[in-house]
Design a binder for this molecule. Structure first.
Ligand code: IDP
Ligand code: MG
Length: 152
């Protein structure tokens, strides 16, 4: 099975609500490992790059105001099918449609303020990781427990 890396952001609402640890914990408990983590305050330039696909959407001004409103935590997670797993653990974009048991389905109400970002594909993950981290900030290591998670 493929070992993938994905970018996860605890968005401003997650940091402000004290859910940073909860969000990291859910992904760690699922079996993914943290390769990099940092707190940062997004500016408008970063927001335009990160949400380049959405700059022309009607909700973009609100998204810009929200995303730049508070520090966020950026993380790189790695593991078997990490991109798909982080999206699944996040739940659907609209928390009202997100399944119970997901971060958004359990902890959020609003489509804009939905706590977490997770890359939507392997190629997007590579680009997004480079947006937030220098190559030397992303560690590479194995955990002894990984053989009890993936069997290899
Ligand atoms: P995703 O975060 O599940 O990948 P996208 O469709 O890529 O969802 O949208 C990116 C982010 O933009 C969402 O997580 C949400 O914060 C915001 N967003 C998307 N659609 C809406 C909307 O209709 N109203 C308000 N905010 C939205
Ligand atoms: Mg998206």
């Amino acid at each position: 099975m493929s070992n993938e890396r994905t970018l996860v952001l605890v968005k401003p609402d997650g940091v402000q609500r004290g859910l940073t640890g909860e969000i990291i914990s859910r992904l760690e408990r699922r079996g993914l490992r943290v390769l990099a983590a940092k707190m940062l305050q997004p500016d408008e330039a970063l927001t335009r790059l990160h949400y380049a696909a959405h700059v022309d959407k009607g909700f973009f001004p609100g998204l810009m105001a929200f995303f730049t409103s508070s520090p966020i935590m950026a993380l790189v997670f790695e593991g078997q099918r990490a991109v798909e797993v982080a999206r699944q653990v996040s739940g659907a974009t609209d928390p009202v449609e997100a399944a119970p048991g997901t971060i958004r389905g359990d902890l959020a109400l609003d489509k804009g303020q939905n706590l977490i970002h997770a890359s939507d594909g392997v190629e997007a993950a590579v680009e997004e990781i480079a947006l937030y981290f220098r190559a030397d900030e992303v560690l590479s290591y194995e955990r002894d427990v990984d053989r009890w998670i993936t069997g290899s």
